[in-house]
Design a protein around this ligand. Structure first.
Ligand code: UPG
Length: 692
């Protein structure tokens, strides 16, 4: 009880269980019963079937679909939404912990340095006590051009930070700001000119002049390579010594990949180089959880914001927004132990990297100047490649290494160690990044994720055994759902090949229309698709976006998931290392225009396109043969479901036919792929007589 002299402290956040939780639970019971009925039907059908091989294959497809549906239910049992009240935090920042922001970049070709510069500037200008803020750039590319860009950015920051704060600008990435419908303030034009000239200088990459003047690049000698080079540490802004143009202190800006030896802030924000801050008060929203005295806040390992992308069209032809992964399923996770970690837009309590949640302090131990020799010597030591050799760092402690999905892996281990996490989905996106805007990049990205998930599945820390012991049942189910993501390819390959072959040979494999079992199939299809549609729409998506999203799921399943399984198997068999192909953040103007016009981009001779081209052609051939067969011999009632399925396949394949036949732009399907796919699809018919 609080008496009148001591009113209760104002709340920092609230949480509600979403209204859909109960309907989801009831629907799960109904749908599970329908699945049980389907399994019964399969079993009885097996005994009377004309082709045991076909029946067994269809059973396999349906068992996997059922398994994926079942594990997905974890996300639907207790979805929540939250709200933070940063206005209830002390206005002067008293008691705020120090914060280190980590921006990582790896390849100046695929990730233009100006992209990372904008991300850094947007965080340097956070509405956060400047003396408590440090921004680190981790450059795995070891790029002179990137460092040059950051030297320039450090100078510009002294103009940009006070400009943003004075005028309460929301878009604190200069690129986003100057591309928007920005308001004009007294210095706007001047600042814009400065920004444009910095950008031109960086894009020109004229480093030699700078090289003459300073010793910034003195470590890039003839032996310097991306893989093998000395530790480079540059303090580009030191808040204790430097100030901005108005005389206020600036945050620290450091070219370095470790921060423990330098500022050792209790809160760490991780960002991909392209994920700029879109709201200057975002750190305060994270603090609403870390500083909350009334809850078990010491157990909160991280506060995850969703990945939201700029430049994605509302229709999202590639499903690149991953609305389910980054938003809808996250709300489901959040009602359990907390969301998974998605690599970027995440505020961590530093302490989580050193052990379990027994002493969740937010104290900082840094005392020395970040330019002192003692600190710099220690940083060189810690940042060197062999510092962690023979330690548990990266395996049992710290951020997980050696994984294609180090983010997901790290979050999972934290949950297993007793930590919790929180999902924060503010109305105005907290961070905004770029997503692949062509099909090849997207398939490449999802193949990499899938390989990481398979690796986790077969590791000794798999959620199938390790997780089951440490997590709640539903949280485990969610993790298990993801580690099996790539096996979607099995039912999808079966469903896009087998019923079509059967149709070509007028062989019915589903119940006929008058059979009551036909209704069951209808219910299962409409139920799964209907729920998916509803969730997508309630998550703010459009109907067209949803349709494209389900097609993208089919494309990924047939292509990148299949190749992930093949490549993962080969890396295991031949012990070859898996390669992390960085997603390109470069925008190709011509391709961009095609994207804006809703055209799918093929253009390159990528292996990824073969399975989808073959499946598209195979469906078309099946439809034609099916129609001819029915016209000649009848039997529509028996084959009706196959027609529905094949028709659905053909409708979904429209952009592929278009790219093969009707387009002449550089994004069309390469002729070699079209011709090879025609040959493969035709040959498929030759094997059919053996099955039916
Ligand atoms: O050796 C590397 C490889 C990548 N990166 C950086 O990691 C980030 C993510 O790489 P990207 O190629 O953009 O991967 P995506 O698949 O697009 O990103 C998602 O998936 C990754 C792997 O799970 C996560 O690390 C990311 O945070 C998440 O946004 C980028 O800033 C890269 O510069 C490095 O610093 N070093």
């Amino acid at each position: 009880m609080h008496n009148q002299n001591h009113p209760p402290p104002l709340p920092l956040h609230r949480r509600w269980v979403r209204r859909r939780a109960w309907p989801n639970r009831v629907f799960a019971v109904v749908y599970a019963s329908a699945i049980a009925a389907l399994v019964f039907r399969h079993t009885t059908h097996l005994l009377t079937s004309h082709s045991t091989l076909v029946s067994l294959t269809m059973l396999l497809a349906d068992v996997i679909l059922a398994f994926m549906w079942f594990t997905h239910q974890g996300f639907r049992m207790n979805p929540v939404r939250r709200k933070t009240f940063p206005e209830n935090l002390p206005e002067d920042g008293t008691g705020f912990p120090a914060m280190d922001v980590f921006i990582c970049t790896a390849d100046p070709e695929k990730e233009p340095p100006m992209v990372a510069v904008n991300t850094a500037l947007s965080t340097l200008a956070f509405d956060y006590p400047t003396e408590k803020l440090s921004v680190y750039l981790s450059d795995d590319g070891g790029s002179k051009v990137t460092l040059f860009a950051f030297v320039e950015a450090a100078k510009f920051a002294k103009e940009w930070i006070p400009y943003c704060k004075e005028n309460r600008i929301m878009d604190r990435s200069p690129e986003a700001y100057f591309s928007s419908d920005y308001a004009c303030f007294p210095r706007t034009h001047e600042i814009k000119v400065m920004y444009e000239s910095m950008k031109a200088k960086v894009e020109k990459g004229d480093i030699n002049n700078v090289y003459e003047e300073t010793n910034v690049f003195n470590q890039w000698d003839a032996n310097f390579t991306r893989q093998n080079h000395p530790t480079v540490i540059k303090v580009l802004l030191d808040g204790t010594e430097e100030s901005d143009v108005l005389g206020h202190a600036v945050p620290n800006l450091i070219y370095l990949r470790v921060s423990e030896a330098m500022t050792n802030a209790p809160i760490i924000l991780t960002l991909d180089c392209d994920m700029y801050s879109n709201h200057p008060k975002t750190p305060l929203k994270a603090l609403c959880y870390f500083l909350d005295p009334s809850t078990d806040s010491n157990k909160i390992a991280f506060v995850q914001f969703p990945q939201i992308f700029q430049g994605i069209k509302e229709d999202d032809i590639y499903g690149a927004e991953f609305k389910f992964i980054f938003q809808i399923n996250m709300a489901g996770f959040d009602g359990l132990l907390g969301p998974s970690h998605v690599g970027t837009g995440c505020f961590f309590r530093r302490q989580v990297f050193y052990g379990g949640p027994s002493s969740g302090t937010l104290e900082q131990t840094q005392t020395q100047s970040i330019r002192s020799n003692k600190v710099l010597d220690r940083c060189h030591e810690v940042a060197s490649c062999d510092f962690e050799a023979q330690t548990k760092w990266g395996y049992e402690l710290g951020y997980r290494y050696g994984s294609m999905i180090e983010d997901f892996n790290t979050g999972y281990h934290l949950h297993c160690n007793g930590w919790r996490s929180v999902f924060c989905l503010p109305k105005r996106p907290a961070f905004v990044g770029t997503a692949p805007r062509n099909l090849h990049d997207l398939l490449n990205q999802t193949q990499r994720w899938s390989m990481g998930l398979l690796d986790m599945n077969f590791s000794k820390y798999s959620p199938l055994n390790h997780g089951l012991k440490h997590l709640t049942f539903f949280q485990s189910m969610c993790y298990i759902h993801y580690i099996f993501w790539p096996i979607w390819c099995i039912p999808l390959l079966i469903y896009s090949l087998l019923p079509q072959l059967a149709l070509i040979h007028s062989f019915p494999i589903f119940p006929k229309v008058s059979d009551p079992w036909f209704l069951l199939y209808g219910l299962l299809f409409v139920g799964a698709y209907g729920q998916d549609f509803l969730e997508y729409k309630l998550g703010g998506g459009t109907t067209r976006g949803w349709y494209n999203n389900q097609r993208a799921w089919m494309i990924r399943s047939l292509s990148s998931y299949t190749f992930a399984i093949i490549e993962y198997t080969s890396t295991k068999l031949w012990a070859s290392p898996a390669v992390f192909n960085v997603t390109s953040k470069v925008v190709d103007q011509e391709a961009s225009t095609r994207y804006e016009n809703g055209m799918m981009e093929f253009g390159v001779e990528s292996l990824f396109f073969y399975p989808i081209s073959v499946a598209a052609l195979h469906n078309l051939i099946a439809l034609i043969f099916g129609v001819v067969g029915v016209l000649k011999h009848g039997g529509l009632e028996d084959l009706f479901m196959q027609f529905l399925l094949v028709g659905f396949g053909v409708v979904n394949s429209w952009p592929i036919y278009q790219a093969m036949v009707f387009r002449s732009d550089p994004g069309k399907m390469p002729l070699k792929i079209t011709l090879t796919s025609v040959a493969i699809a035709s040959m498929l018919n030759l094997v059919a007589p053996f099955a039916f």
